[in-house]
Structures are given as C-alpha cells and as structure tokens.
Design a protein around this ligand. Structure first.
Ligand code: ZN
Length: 302
C-alpha cells in the first residue's frame, strides 16, 4: 500500500523530523529548496505538498478555505502557490491538530485576515505548550495571534463554494484535538495526521493520542468514504479508501498482537523483544516512525 510513496519519502521524512520541534528549528526548515506543489483534485479542491502536513484548499466564488498551513517560514511560498490558482484571499483556515508542521503558519495567515478554526484542544494545547516525552522535545506556547479564534467540541460544517465542508473531531487519535474534514459534494476527505501514508503513524501519547482512538478515527474516515473518494493523508501522497482500509487493518493487527502479549503480563521491554511488528517493518518501519516506536505507542495506550 505504501509502494508509490517512495518518491516523496526523503522530503516528507525530513519534514517530520522537524515537525515537532517548535521554534528551536525555525531557521532549519526555511531552506530555499522547499517547493510548494499544487495538485488539482476537483474543480474546486486542491492539495498542496511542501514541507510538513499536506494542505487542503477549497477555491471558489466565496473565497479560499484552507486546511493546515505547514511552517511559518513557508507562508509566503504557500500564499504565492495559492495566488497561482486564484486571486481570492484565504478566508478560513482549519487546523487538523496542534502540531507545528500543521499550524506553523497560523500567525502569518491571521495577520492577513484569515479566521482560524480548530477543535477546542488545539487552542488549549497551543496556548500551554508541551513537553513531548515520546520525542524528547519541548514545544513552547504559541503567541496569541497564532491561536484558533473559532473552536468547537464535536463537529461543525462550513457551507461554502457550493459544497459542505464537514469537520469532525475524532477523539484521542493522533492527539486529543484531531479533526478529519469531508467535502461532501466534491467527495474529498482530509484525514489530518489520523492517516500517515508514509508507513507507521505517529501516535502522540504526550498529546492524548491512543491506538484505539486512532483506529476509530480511521474507521470514521472509512465510513465517510466510498471507492471514488480522494483521500488526503496528513503526510505522504494522495490516497484512497482501499489503501486506508489496508492501513487500518495493519494497525488493528498490531494492536491485537501487542494486546495479547500485554495481557500475558509482559513488560514493554519483553514485548519489544518479541518484535510483534516484524512482518510489517520492511514496508512501514523505515521512515519517521520506527518499529520500536509504534510498538511502544500501542503498548502504552492499551
Ligand atoms: Zn501531527
């Protein structure tokens, strides 16, 4: 399922390494080599690939509605890429969750008049900052101007550009503030980081992520999709329902194998020694999240 991701691995893996580093790496991810590439999905929906989480765009008579914004250093390039598609301003921006590679441009967009929308916990976590123990990194609190100004608890809809953009909160999945977004008429689904199309997913235990919530989030996405749905993953190339189904089947299998071992009373070290992910490692364990990490995330949250 991940075979066709190979060409983008180097860029995406590099961006993920920087993804959770906050201000400390501010100079490191601003290289002139980063190119923002647009892919048209339907008449009104685009995806932008650059460095960090994939950006979704709805473009039409009502303006530009954007999902995630990568790093602050890339905001000008992202705005330039949007300007090649339309001369409309970005009216609304939805953050799929609080990680720096998805919200890094918030302040820049807010300054130019964009209204930022996210789940309640995105604003809360951005305000507070966090010691991310699973990656050994500290994320500083965000400035006031970067915070979402419209927040919601369970779901909301934006009616725009002739479509209904349904934003669903999925609880304790990749974090505790994730949203997935479905464009009902265009049949495009943005999964945020509740779908990594580059191998094992990151489950951010420090931010409230859990394996069962992650699986439930993918299943919510699958319930919205059909065979024609174009699926934007948080990271990696465009995908579809078949690949998303394979991804969740792998996760469930891993979850159940690890649960069995944990139920026998095994410690994390003992479970790691059993290498319960071995059959998936060749295809999925060589990028951002390594086999020992996915096993640890699952063990810790069962
Ligand atoms: Zn993330």
């Amino acid at each position: 399922m991940f075979k066709r991701t190979l060409t983008t691995l180097s860029v995406t893996a590099a961006s993920l390494v920087l993804a959770f580093s906050g201000q400390a790496y501010a100079h490191a991810d601003s290289g002139p080599e980063v190119e923002i590439k647009a892919q048209k999905l339907t008449d009104g929906i685009y995806v932008l690939f650059g460095q960090g989480g994939n950006i979704g765009l709805s473009v039409g008579d009502d303006g530009v509605y954007m999902i995630d914004d990568q790093y602050g250093q890339l905001s000008d390039k992202i705005k330039a890429a949007i300007a090649e598609i339309t001369d409309q301003p970005v009216s609304y921006l939805i953050n799929t969750h609080w990680h720096g590679d998805h919200v890094g441009g918030n302040e820049n967009f807010a300054k130019s008049g964009t209204v930022i929308v996210a789940h309640d916990n995105v604003r809360q976590r951005m305000s507070a900052g966090l010691e991310m123990s699973s990656l050994g990194r500290k994320v500083e609190p965000s400035p006031e101007g970067a915070l979402p100004v419209i927040t919601f608890d369970k779901e909301l809809s934006l009616h725009l550009n002739g479509d209904e953009m349904r934003v669903y909160h999925v609880a304790n999945a990749h974090t505790d503030g994730d949203s997935i977004i479905y464009f009902a008429k265009d049949n495009v689904l943005h999964m945020g980081d509740s779908y990594f199309n580059i191998g094992y997913p990151f489950i951010d235990v420090s931010s409230g992520g859990t394996v069962d919530g992650y699986i439930a989030a993918v299943e919510k996405g699958l319930s919205l999709a059909n065979d024609e749905t174009q699926i934007i993953p948080g990271h990696g190339p465009m995908s579809n329902k078949k690949e998303l189904s394979e991804f969740v089947a792998m996760l469930k299998d891993l979850r159940n194998s690890i649960a069995k071992l944990k139920d026998q009373g095994m410690s994390l070290e003992e479970v790691l020694a059993e290498k319960p992910s071995a059959k998936y490692d060749e295809e999925n364990g060589k990028n951002f999240i390594k086999p020992a990490q996915i096993v640890t995330f699952i063990y810790q949250t069962l």
